[in-house]
Design a protein around this ligand. Structure first.
Ligand SMILES: Nc1nc2c(ncn2[C@@H]2O[C@H](COP(=O)(O)OP(=O)(O)O)[C@@H](O)[C@H]2O)c(=O)[nH]1
Ligand SMILES: [Mg+2]
Length: 450
């Protein structure tokens, strides 16, 4: 296998920048670069990095560690070089490694090699991507367990049960003169029900994947001057957005993370929605509508002290009540009856963001709203990716058919074939089945150096 090289930390000024190499040449390269006869594995050395074409020039004095085959992340010989985090040093070192015969790694290639060398299965590889990118503590916790094999073990347990059953059915079909033992049939039916039950839970958990992984996309919308930026600042507890009584102050999006355990929200403060001819403002408004379409959760801020107008009617039709919480603001100025009436179909909370008493009221309104919308969020045990959900649905379909066949015809070939379909679906999740195409799709999501 060829030896690949990549920067594993972001390219930018930092204390340390880590360069990783993987492939059969690692030991020779380490000896050549650092002028050693041999190198002890898993031992940290301080070396002098000399460039191949300028041997008198020491580009950095990095720490390096060599890992032997079968005892590294990829399962191949590996070399990790911890340079000082100057992009110039890092570029020089990588270029030098390429001159010495390495190839720049493709995105995700280290993890792909780990998978191909049997160090991890596909579920585990995907959990590494979750570990790197997830935005909530709960997601990190689950991803860590999946890296240890929690989802893979579940799939393997299903496969074991079904494989035993297929073997039994096939033996029975070969010797049909033997009586079909009733207790086996009952036991089998119970097993099918148990797997189907668990499958339903897993398929259901898929809808939590994006909010766990990317955070809940929350767009703060409303007319100009309603108090959207004040809401953002109130939740964050800091003056993040400019608050002003000049309408149209917020034109571009302001995005901030906001943690309300167990939820992680990506708050997006937007331009006020109203009729305008002003070019830049108009652009901002169009962008806001795009955000509304993509949002998981909408916080609609309304100045309840102002009369209701036609623009608000139009906005109302754009914000579905099942994912919108209305913040009826400016209660200190006295709320009018009409807006209160108009938003009666929405979950809402009446506040005065200006008085500063509101954070806990709004926080608890958001918490309650999300708890209802994402019920059982904190009970989610698995990060069920789109790919997993699709395979799980195929398995579910096959097992439902199997259950009906068992009731109708007892043990026959069709039943065994449906069980095999389910087994195949579970195996694709773990990645035991050979399929290059799926691999490309998964690993292209990784960053280079991972
Ligand atoms: N009286 C009163 N004024 C408020 C309240 N909340 C915000 N404001 C004021 O309304 C104006 C517009 O607020 P801002 O957050 O910039 O609104 P945005 O355009 O929706 O982002 C500012 O002058 C705020 O101080 C409130 O609860 N009561
Ligand atoms: Mg604003």
């Amino acid at each position: 296998m060829d030896t690949i090289v990549a920067l594993s930390t972001p390219l930018g000024v930092s204390g340390i920048g880590l360069i990783r190499l993987s492939g059969s040449d690692c030991h020779r390269l380490a000896c050549d670069i650092f002028g050693k006869e041999s190198i002890k594995p898993r031992y940290s050395y301080l070396g002098q990095y000399r460039l191949l074409d300028q041997p008198n020039f020491i580009v950095d004095a990095p720490l390096f560690v060599y890992f032997e085959e079968n005892a590294s992340y990829t399962g191949e010989p590996m070399l990790e070089i911890s340079c000082h985090g100057n992009p110039l040093i890092l570029q020089q070192v990588i270029r030098d490694c390429i001159k010495r015969g390495c190839r720049q790694a493709e995105p995700g290639e280290f993890t792909r090699r780990a998978f191909l060398n049997g160090k991890i299965d596909l579920c585990q590889a995907e959990s590494i991507e979750d570990l790197i990118h997830s935005q909530s503590l709960q997601a990190l916790n689950i991803a860590q367990k999946q890296l240890e094999g929690s989802l893979s073990h579940k799939m393997e347990a299903f496969v074991d049960v079904l494989t035993d059953q297929v073997a039994f059915i096939e033996a029975y079909l070969d010797f049909p003169e033997e009586d079909l033992p009733e207790e086996n049939r009952q036991h089998f039916e119970n097993n099918l029900d148990d797997i189907l039950n668990q499958l339903e839970g897993l398929i259901n958990a898929h809808k939590f994947y994006t909010p766990l992984h990317n955070g809940i996309q929350t767009v703060i919308v409303g007319a100009p001057n309603a108090g959207k930026s004040t809401l953002l600042n109130t939740l964050l507890g800091q003056e993040r957005a400019i608050v002003s009584d000049i309408p149209g102050t917020t034109r571009d999006f302001i995005t901030e993370w906001y943690h309300l355990e167990p939820y992680t929200l990506k708050l997006i403060d937007t331009a006020g929605l109203h009729d305008t001819k002003e070019k830049i403002e108009k652009l901002g408004i169009e962008k806001t509508f795009e955000q509304v379409k993509k949002a998981d959760f909408i916080l609609w801020v309304l100045d309840g002290s102002q009369p209701w107008d036609d623009t608000l009617n139009r906005l109302k039709s754009l914000f579905p009540s099942e994912k919108t919480l209305v913040i009826l603001n400016k209660s200190d100025l006295g709320l009018q009856a009409k807006p209160r009436y108009e938003i009666k179909d929405y979950v809402n909370c009446e506040v005065s963001l200006k008085t500063g008493e509101s954070p806990s009221i709004i926080e608890s309104a958001i918490y309650q709203f999300l708890s209802k919308y994402y019920n059982d969020f904190s009970q989610v045990e698995f990060m069920v990716h789109e790919r997993h959900a699709e395979a799980l649905k195929q398995a579910q379909e096959a097992l439902i058919k199997a259950k009906n066949l068992l009731k109708g015809f007892g043990y026959d070939d069709c039943l065994a074939s449906e069980l095999k379909n389910a087994i195949y679906a579970f195996e694709t999740i773990v990645g035991r089945v050979d399929y290059e195409r799926v691999l490309d799709k998964i690993f292209s999501k990784f960053c280079i150096g991972k």
